[in-house]
Design a protein around this ligand. Sequence first.
Ligand SMILES: [Zn+2]
Length: 164
Amino acid sequence: MCLICDRIGMIKRGENPYFVRELETGYVVLGDHQRFYGYTLFLYKHHEGKTELFHLAPAERARFLEEMTLVAQAVARAFQAEKMNYELLGMGDAHLHWHLFPRRAGDIEQYGNGGKGPVWWYPMEKMYAGEYRPSAGELADMKQKLWTELDRVFGPADTGTDKS
Ligand SMILES: [Zn+2]
């Protein structure tokens, strides 16, 4: 079983506190740890046989990429990013999922190339430290901010999605 599929199952059961919004091709969720404030993921809806972008039919791929781009725009506005980072890796779980990181000067301290580089050059134990897990109140605040900006770029959500 795959962690992303597990999380999508939780969304469908209404049990994922990080879930923000369902789009046509995927789900918008906030990251479990917020060392990079506003860290958001966009999870593709399917897994089996669709673990590379080139496995997707062109129209589906175009839609997935367009939605990811607009999610990133909403994240940038909601959390005042200086620069967005977009990452599709898949070495933990092959399930297609975008890591969308709002970046700010100095945010990896002096790690990487004198403080410049991908978030993954920041130590894993610091990035995933317990102190960066948002409280229920912080999570609610972040979801509201992101929800507002997703409404601006996508229009108001259809009924049936979880706004809580
Ligand atoms: Zn999966």
